[in-house]
Design a protein around this ligand. Structure first.
Ligand code: NAP
Ligand code: MG
Length: 464
């Protein structure tokens, strides 16, 4: 009797050119004794493990069907970025990468065209993954001898993609949030356009009247309102937003909530700011009723508007598991609060979602400059790669969803589980050690050892 056993390595890794077979000849009257079966399974297991160790041959790797746009970055984040690719991704995945080097020197050399090209590539391919980059200030300009203070790459990309940034913590059982009721991650959706970040400010040093004046492009007479009468020194600030940007923000929030199957909250201070914040509330409400209510009902999720102070009070008592959409300043503050309450900035993932259907994944932290200087001096670092790993896994999961390649999603899931179980086992970087539940198993390791521990875990998961 010819018995054909499908090579389970092939099943697990979804080899694109079709299955290979291990052929075992067994006579009709012959039932292999247990020890034979054990030997066979041992040999299969061993050959699998050794081949995984040696790296899978290109044809045995999991194929990511469509192109991923990769944007490399700066300093310690760049070092980790390479470690993650070399040890956790490239040994197992065959990917078409469109690579853009957003290193500060390359941005300077290309007069920042590389950032614009990278954003265009995300628009062409739909999905990108970005390493943290330096936003230059005077100090950085001197440090890297820059021609000028180039704009933040994140701001350039965000504007081109018209995207909204969603930040979500990575939860691990032994890194408990400071708020004991939080059981599920709280995602922050921040409207990253206008308001105080694009304001005009003035210092007043003499008595006088401050006015708000709108001059219509159509030529009708200007509309003016008194802001305040100054009898002495003071300050004035003017800020704005557009209906189009608020609408894009609301669409991105509804889209992301549906994608994540999570309730959506939006909060502002419309009782005080009845026109400005009121406009946000009205646009969200209209967008919900016209385009999302039915989809939300079908998905069993809800949309809820409340005042920002009420939302802040409720979130502290909630069990989490919501997407909280916030105006620019509120989102800036609340995302740092959520990140810190969850242990570390390095346990926060970030995705830019465009209402036009583009996605850009990144870590919420920066380039970790201080650790990089230590690294340059040959000192050991213990920098946390979790958010960078989750940027890649998030990007792979979205690619898998769009390409209908479940094997890629399964790989991304195993990668995330390997990273989480490494921390849960007590192996962690320095930032987590101080916030982890106390245990004799807890051990601070250096950056590379931590990635190696995740790689070991991943190999185990991939081999069954
Ligand atoms: P940062 O890089 O986020 O680091 C701030 C501090 O947070 C670090 O010194 C470190 O604290 C801790 N930390 C952050 N990430 C960590 C990680 N992965 N593992 C362990 N600890 C971590 O912020 P920054 O120092 O203010 O900014 C540095 C550069 O990053 C700046 O040039 C800024 O422009 C840029 N930046 C880029 C992005 C982005 O591209 N998305 C975002 C923010 C900032 P300890 O030193 O106490 O260990
Ligand atoms: Mg902030």
């Amino acid at each position: 009797m010819l018995r054909v056993v499908q090579d389970f390595r092939v099943c697990r890794y979804g080899r694109p050119e079709g299955p290979h077979y291990i052929i075992i000849l067994i006579t009709a009257s012959f039932t292999p004794p247990t020890c034979y079966r054990q030997i066979i399974s041992f040999m299969i297991g061993k050959s699998m493990k050794s081949s995984l160790k040696k790296k899978l041959s290109p044809s045995a790797k999991i194929r990511v069907k469509s192109t991923i746009v990769e944007m490399d970055g700066d300093e310690m984040a760049r070092i980790i970025w390479k470690l993650v690719k070399d040890k956790l991704l490239f040994p197992y995945l065959s990917m078409d990468i469109e690579y853009y080097d957003l290193h500060i020197k390359n941005r300077d050399t290309t007069n920042d065209h590389v950032t614009v090209e990278a954003a265009r590539a995300v628009m062409r391919n739909g999905i990108g993954v970005k390493c943290a980059t330096i936003t230059p200030n005077q100090e950085r300009a001197k440090e890297y001898s820059l021609k000028q203070l180039w704009k933040s790459p994140n701001a350039t990309i965000r504007e081109m993609l018209e995207g909204t940034v969603f930040r979500k913590p990575i939860l691990v059982e032994n890194i408990r949030p400071s708020v004991s009721t939080w059981k599920k991650p709280i995602t922050i959706g921040r409207h990253a356009h206008g308001d105080v970040y694009n304001n005009i400010e003035m210092r007043i040093d003499a008595p006088g009247r401050a006015e708000l004046i709108f001059t219509s492009a159509g030529g009708s007479s200007p509309i003016r309102q008194t802001i305040g009468e100054f009898t002495g020194p003071g300050i004035i600030q003017g800020m704005h937003n557009t209906d189009e940007s608020i609408q894009n923000f609301s669409k991105a929030c509804f889209m992301h909530a549906l994608d994540q199957k999570t309730d959506l909250w939006f909060s502002s201070k419309d009782t005080i700011s009845q026109i400005y914040d009121g406009r946000f509330r009205d646009i969200f409400e209209k967008e919900y009723i016209e385009n999302w209510k039915e989809k939300f009902d079908r998905a069993g999720i809800s949309y809820f508007y409340t005042l920002i102070d009420d939302a802040a009070a409720r979130i502290m008592k909630s069990e989490g598991g919501v997407l909280w959409a916030l105006k620019n300043y509120d989102g800036d503050v609340m995302s740092d609060m959520i990140a810190s309450a969850n242990g570390s900035l390095a346990m926060m993932t970030s995705v830019l979602v465009s209402p036009r259907g583009y996605f850009e994944y990144e870590a919420a932290h920066g380039t970790v400059q201080k650790h990089y200087y230590k690294h340059l001096q040959g000192e050991e670092t213990s920098t946390n790669p979790m958010a960078i790993i989750f940027a890649w896994s998030g990007c792979l999961k979205k690619r898998a969803e769009i390409d209908s390649t479940p094997e890629v999603a399964t790989f991304a899931d195993k990668l995330e589980k390997s990273a989480i179980s490494t921390v849960a086992s007590g192996i962690m970087t320095g930032d987590l050690l101080s916030v982890a539940k106390r245990s004799h198993k807890n051990r601070k390791v250096n950056t590379e050892t931590f990635v190696d521990a995740i790689a070991k875990n991943l190999r185990k998961r991939l081999s069954g």
